[in-house]
Ligand binder design. Structure first.
Ligand code: C2E
Ligand code: MG
Ligand code: MG
Length: 586
């Protein structure tokens, strides 16, 4: 049984070297030519012991490319891992009737081809048509030449697998080594992979702009030195990406204790690296079971865990299936949203009324995006909007929403409805150089006067890039479009700062409004927000009024308008039109 298993390991090692059935190569032919000349024999070969054949990677004076393993002296060399000499094959009890003897060979000598971990993959052999003696010195020489063959094999194997900067093997090697672990360790045993992400993509691109491309080289070089000394000579790390390094934790480590250890290693990288002021190192740790998780998946999960780690104080995160499900969902949503924008049948708008608090009459509506994913069903904008805002999808999304909303508004205006429509724009939209022209173009195309459109920008979006945002907002305002600060109170900006921006409306976030009825402090906070906003010349809208009680309270504070479930939920266009008829003077 042990024999079968070691044969399986041996065969796997041979396969992994990717030598079988490859074209001949000068680097091996040079050695076989030399062997043939040195020993004055017509034939020499690099002969690899496959499952049931001897396959010649290189051959001199031999016509065939392989011969059966059974009865081949090279197979015995592989099995015994020792030099074999047959001084006269015709006299040899084992080999005298084999194909080798029948081909006319009388002399054979072979030395084993041994990998660095002692597995025999074949033999370097020489043969001649006359019986011959082989001295110990000659045997030693043949052995040396077999070692030369193996040096060449391992050199070729390492080529393209070692990252030149860190000196670590690369991702391909990581995957192979992980696969090979099942050959030496029990299936299903648990191991941990540690994934070190040296910098976020933004940090890398920023540093490359300021310091230059050599920055990354230096970062990788320093981190690999620290890791190498932390892991010791017996273990290796792998260079997975341009700035990502992974390694396997020692067998049988306790997860929790190990996380602590990893955190202290992180501390070492952080405090020693010259790049410590411009990059943040994040570490993801992933437990996996040998033979049950695909190495590619292990890496993917580790990458996710490292990404999550970036958001944590400790910068170390242990992978969990819940997190993975979240990542998958985000990925599916992002992918799916791109498609939804192209097909558009999955997207629609609903409209939530804005009413005058004192009369209850409808003044306008906010257009809110709805998405029905073909498999996941309806997805809340609170979930998908932040995702698409991080990718490059904010521009096409806002364009779609604006176009659809203005088409609807044009229809309503032609039906004699008198309203202002609000559309949400993302922070990224304010960086689009053509934003104002695009919006003006759409308004013109739909024949809508600019004052009928209100754009809602969240407080934090304005703060993100205040300089650029200001210029865009001024142009929009100058064009006659109304501007509203959305979710007011959730950011950190002060009203006096916002006063420098050309806003017309402040929408107080519903988190403040909702608690008004119960909480006296909330109440005075909202009252102050309203008074201050009025002093600064804004119209004030309270978001999220759900009850009569809150409506009365907020009205008592002098608030102008409201938007909330109490007055009307977000509705489909036809429904809204119906609702409007009974909540306006018309
Ligand atoms: P928002 O702009 O502050 O929109 C108001 C949100 O509050 C809407 O949620 C609305 O349904 C909800 N709401 C209104 N009244 C009440 C109430 O009385 N009680 C409660 N519990 N909720 C109320 P929704 O439609 O889920 O949208 C969430 C957010 O997603 C929006 O907040 C907005 O920031 C974003 N969003 C929605 N549509 C778009 C869009 O077309 N473009 C962009 N960029 N963002 C959008
Ligand atoms: Mg809004
Ligand atoms: Mg809001």
């Amino acid at each position: 049984m042990a024999g079968t298993q070691s044969e399986a390991v041996r065969l796997a090692a041979l396969q992994e070297l990717r030598l079988l059935d490859t074209p001949s190569s000068e680097s091996f032919d040079r050695i076989t030519r030399m062997a043939s000349q040195l020993f004055g024999l017509p034939s020499a070969a690099v002969s690899l012991t496959d499952r049931d054949r001897q396959w010649f990677k290189s051959r001199v004076g031999i016509d065939v490319t392989s011969m059966p393993r059974e009865g081949a002296p090279c197979a015995e060399v592989t099995a015994t891992r020792d030099v074999l000499v047959l001084s006269d094959i015709a006299q040899d009890p084992v080999y005298r009737d084999t194909p080798l003897a029948q081909s006319g060979a009388r002399f054979y000598a072979g030395a084993p081809l041994l990998t660095h971990n002692g597995l025999a993959i074949g033999s370097l052999c020489i043969a001649g048509s006359e019986p011959r003696q082989f001295s110990t010195a000659e045997a030693a020489m043949l052995r040396d030449m077999a070692a030369m063959v193996m040096a060449q094999v391992e050199l070729q194997h390492a080529y393209g697998r070692i990252d030149p900067l860190s000196g670590f093997p690369n991702r391909t090697q990581f995957v192979e080594d992980l696969n090979d672990l099942v050959l030496t360790e029990p299936m299903g045993s648990q191991r941990l992979v540690v994934f070190v992400d040296l910098a976020s993509p933004e940090e890398l691109s920023h540093a490359a702009r300021v310091i230059g491309a050599s920055f990354l080289d230096e970062l990788v070089r320093e981190a690999s030195q620290i890791l190498r000394s932390a892991l010791g000579p017996a273990r290796t790390a792998y260079m997975i990406g341009t700035s990502q390094i992974a390694f396997l934790a020692r067998r049988d480590v306790a997860e929790d204790a190990y996380i602590g250890l990893v955190a202290s290693m992180l501390g070492a990288i952080r405090s020693n690296a010259s790049s410590r002021f411009v990059t943040t190192v994040a570490i993801g740790v992933v437990p996996f079971k040998l033979g049950q998780t695909d190495p590619g998946d292990v890496l993917r999960l580790a990458h996710c865990a490292a990404q999550d780690a970036r958001l944590m104080d400790t910068k170390v995160s242990l992978y969990s299936p819940e997190q993975d499900a979240l990542h998958r969902r985000r990925f599916d949503l992002l992918n799916g949203f791109g498609q939804a924008l192209e097909e558009a049948s999955q997207l629609s708008l609903v409209f939530q009324p804005r009413v005058a608090l004192n009369t209850g009459l409808c003044l306008g509506a906010e257009a809110l995006l709805r998405w029905t994913h073909p498999e996941l069903g309806s997805v809340s904008p609170g979930e998908f909007i932040p995702l698409i805002e991080r990718m490059s999808l904010a521009k096409p999304t806002t364009t779609w929403v604006l176009d659809t909303a203005l088409t609807q508004l044009a229809a309503w205006l032609s039906h004699g409805m008198d309203l202002i429509l609000s559309v949400n724009v993302s922070a990224g939209n304010l960086n689009e150089a053509d934003l104002v022209d695009r919006i003006m173009g759409l308004l013109a195309r739909h024949g809508i006067p600019p004052y009928r459109l209100e754009l809602e920008v969240t407080e934090s979006a304005v703060m993100e890039d205040a300089g650029h945002a200001l210029e865009q907002l001024q142009r929009l305002s100058a064009a006659g479009i109304r501007l509203a600060i959305d979710d007011f109170g959730t950011g950190y900006s002060s009203l006096s700062y916002l006063q420098a921006l050309p806003f017309d409306v402040v929408k107080i976030d519903r988190s403040f409004v909702a608690g008004c009825a119960e909480d006296a402090r909330q109440r005075s906070l909202v009252a102050t927000m309203i008074t201050l906003s009025h002093d600064l010349g804004y119209r004030v809208v309270a978001e999220g009024i759900e009850t009569q009680e809150t409506a009365d309270l907020i009205l008592g504070m002098g608030c102008d308008e409201s938007q909330g479930y109490f007055f009307g939920r977000p509705m489909k266009a036809e429904e809204f039109e119906f609702w409007y008829r009974s909540n306006s003077n018309q």
